[in-house]
Design a protein around this ligand. Structure first.
Ligand code: 13P
Length: 253
């Protein structure tokens, strides 16, 4: 069975609540979900924690994900947000392991693993981000890095729960730089990720899991990524912020 396509916008630290609501209204007025359905595309956004509740309320069917969460349910972790807190406001998707969190907040693959296990235990879907730095890329270490991130990040995630995971390959050197990886690189690494999933979880799980590419995806280049056999969608930062551009991304899939 053909896999669905998935377009997710990661808004990072952008959009006030008012701006986020306006985006949702534009999505509704432009019938983006209707377009997405007709193309077999899942559509989602990941707003700031502060906007989640309002975006969920105005989402009109969009998948709404948090950009992170804590692995503990509660406790002395100033500024953190737990899975039960997200659950309470109707959120059941979360991005984990984004390179900005790995870089600035020391989210190692081990920390990501704890978060992923808490999330799937609570019935959440996870977009787990992996990818190498420029130095690692130049040293030819891409697959070693991605392998460590997958093996550690998914440690003790069961065969049943792997169906709740989406993997996003985001080479760090391509994020927000305009230097997008070629579609050949994206396909090479995404097919490698699928082969890792096959080794860990078997053929059926590997054939079903969605694997996204992220890093300087724009309306004018999204199509070439989505043409690749093992690229099932895109995780988009900058180009997902304006509803017009989000619409163009969708139209060009
Ligand atoms: P850009 O699309 O702005 O390069 O960001 C990619 C990204 O980090 C999505 O998570």
């Amino acid at each position: 069975m053909a896999r669905k396509k998935f377009l997710m916008g990661n808004w990072k630290m952008n959009h006030t609540i008012a701006e986020a609501i306006r985006f949702c209204e534009d999505v509704k007025n432009d019938s983006l979900l209707k377009i997405a359905r007709s193309k077999g595309v899942l559509l989602g956004v990941a707003p700031s924690f502060l906007s989640l509740q309002q975006v969920k309320r105005h989402a009109h069917g969009l998948i709404v994900a948090s950009q992170d969460c804590h692995y503990e349910d509660h406790g002395a972790y100033t500024s953190s947000v737990s899975v039960p807190m997200l659950n309470e406001i109707g959120i059941n998707w979360s991005i984990i392991g984004h390179s900005e969190r790995r870089t600035y907040d020391n989210d190692t693959s081990f920390v990501c693993n704890r978060k992923i296990k808490t999330l799937v235990k609570n019935g959440f879907h996870v977009v787990y981000c992996v990818g190498e730095t420029l130095k690692e890329y130049e040293e030819g270490l891409t697959k070693d890095i991605v392998k460590e991130q997958i093996l550690v990040g998914l440690m003790n995630v069961s065969k049943e729960d792997i169906s709740k995971i989406v993997i996003a390959y985001e080479p760090v050197w391509s994020i927000g730089t305009g230097k997008n990886a070629s579609s050949e690189i994206a396909e090479d690494v995404c097919s490698y990720i699928r082969s890792l999933i096959e080794k860990l979880y078997g053929k059926v799980a590997a054939s079903k899991i969605l694997i996204l590419y992220g890093g300087s995806v724009k309306p004018n280049n999204i199509h070439e990524y989505l043409l690749q056999e093992n690229v099932d969608g895109a995780l988009v930062g900058g180009a997902s912020l304006k509803s017009e551009s989000f619409k163009e991304l969708l139209e060009n899939i």
